[in-house]
Design a protein around this ligand. Structure first.
Ligand code: ZN
Length: 488
């Protein structure tokens, strides 16, 4: 590496000194994750204004041999955007809405646009951008795409990856690939965008994207359903999928402990069902068909399911406010879990057919491994994706509980792997699951990933040490969790 101060002076000359920040106070928010449990370090925070400036930064860093870690809203859960040295490149100034084409049903946005602003721009054009997740008010679309974010609309519209028609990407040598085509069919060679989507900034930096837009539903209905078990939830899901078809836009799962702690800690949360049940499902139907009322359809489908013995009780939201309140129960789960002490978290998926078995086996194994531990399982049941979180036993020392993270990784991830699942469903790999990926991924797949990394980033400057171990000899250890830190 050449003298870093020369690099910083060069960057300041190109971006303006106001956009090359080295003051610890300016850097601090970019060196910790939202939960503040994991810290990184960096030479500087740089804030380019546009794609050309991003390319200039990457080119200069490549020449100096200094790593670059792109950051959007810094809302990730796996340490993927956390720098371990080098430059943090913030996309926060690349917020332009470049184009919207209602006829093509597409929108072209820059990477730093906040997800909620992309949604609002689509709405202003009378259309829907469906990607939706808890942090949508602060996460940025470039981060959503580089992590292939999931969220609550995957069942109907797919992951972030499925919503992309084209990309603009700054490559590791500073060249810009302009792939901003708004085409729904394009088989002219390899589909390069999919290399960068979900690569967590390790293969190139996404600076803009053409995204798909959809018709806005004209009617929506939301219900909270009480069920005997996860098996019953699966039976209900199968039936609704068959009978509602594409009208079924969400099927989320909440284990009883989850509902209990939401009602305990969430201000204003009200119990929607009178009795207690073995499992809960949030069901959403939405339709764009003129004259079709989603609530009427929901009532009919749930009544049929109840007659068939598939559900125990259901509360149908009677207004938009009630629908939002039901969604709030589900979406505040991560937040309220903090009030129950430390959590060990897993973001896993298994084939839908194995989901009840996973929940039963993993719950049993974790409870047996630590008496008093409370399983907080919830998530995107219809996608086969569960946030299998563990709340510490009441009264246990927080650090002692978190020290068991590896042990629970092994218990949960072994079951996931045995069922043909994934240890990283929608949050990515980052630092947190890098070694888990190396343990569970197919060796040929890992080889291909390493080959791609070497081909696209031969000098290994793009977010090194994330997803895959750092190739640079002697530096691998420095990309592990820093001493005294706690895994998120
Ligand atoms: Zn989720």
């Amino acid at each position: 590496m050449t003298d870093p101060s020369r690099l910083l002076a060069h960057l300041a000359a190109h971006l303006g000194a106001a956009h090359v920040l080295t003051d610890p106070a300016d850097l601090a928010p970019h060196l910790a994750e939202t939960r503040g449990l994991q810290r990184g370090h960096a030479l500087a925070l740089v804030r380019p204004a546009d794609t050309a400036e991003v390319a200039g930064v990457v080119r200069a860093c490549a020449e100096a041999g200094v790593p670059v870690v792109a950051q959007g809203g810094n809302t990730g859960h796996v340490g993927g955007g956390l720098p371990q040295g080098g430059i943090v490149l913030s996309m926060a100034r690349l917020t332009r809405l470049r184009a919207i084409d209602p006829v093509n049903a597409s929108i072209t946005v820059e990477a730093g646009m906040v997800l909620a602003d992309v949604q609002a721009a689509a709405e202003a054009a009378g259309l829907l951008f469906p990607l939706s997740l808890a942090s949508e008010g602060s996460c940025r679309i470039g981060g959503n795409l580089s992590t292939n974010a999931g969220g609550t609309a995957v069942l109907a519209y797919g992951n972030a990856r499925d919503l992309v028609l084209g990309l603009e990407v700054v490559l590791a040598d500073g060249r810009v690939w302009n792939g901003l085509k708004g085409l729904r069919k394009d088989n002219a060679g390899y589909d390069l965008k999919h290399l960068f989507l979900g690569s967590e900034g390790t293969l190139g930096l996404i600076t803009a994207a053409v995204l798909k837009l959809f018709p806005r539903p004209t009617s929506r209905a939301v219900a909270l359903v009480g069920l005997a078990s996860a098996e019953a939830a699966l039976a209900l899901f199968r039936r609704l999928r068959a009978e509602a078809g594409p009208t079924l836009t969400a099927f989320e799962y909440i284990a009883p402990f989850g509902l209990e702690i939401v009602l305990r800690h969430r201000a204003g949360a009200r119990r929607p069902l009178a009795g207690a049940h073995g499992a809960y499902a949030l069901v959403e139907l939405s339709t764009t068909r003129p004259g079709e009322d989603a609530a009427t359809l929901m009532e009919m489908l749930l009544a049929r399911a109840q007659d068939a013995g598939l559900l125990e009780d259901a509360a149908l939201a009677a207004s938009e406010a009630q629908a939002n309140a039901v969604w709030d129960l589900r979406e505040s789960l991560s937040e309220v879990q903090k009030a129950e002490g430390a959590s060990i978290k897993h973001d896993v998926s298994v084939p839908l057919s194995r989901l009840p078995e996973f929940l039963a086996r993993a719950t049993r194994a974790c409870e047996a491994a630590m008496p008093g531990l409370r399983v907080c399982a919830f998530g995107h049941f219809g996608d086969g994706n569960i946030h299998f979180n563990l709340s510490q036993p009441v009264g246990m020392d927080r650090a002692a509980f978190l020290a068991a993270w590896e042990r629970f990784n092994r218990i949960v991830h072994d079951i996931v792997a045995g069922l043909g699942g994934s240890i990283a469903a929608e949050h990515g790999v980052g630092l947190l699951k890098r070694d888990e990926l190396a343990r569970y991924a197919d060796p040929v797949a890992l080889d291909l990933m390493r080959s791609l990394k070497a081909a696209l980033d031969p000098a290994n400057i793009l977010n090194p040490g994330k997803v895959l171990p750092d190739r640079r000899a002697g530096e691998a250890a420095s990309f592990g969790f820093s001493e005294g830190s706690t895994k998120i």
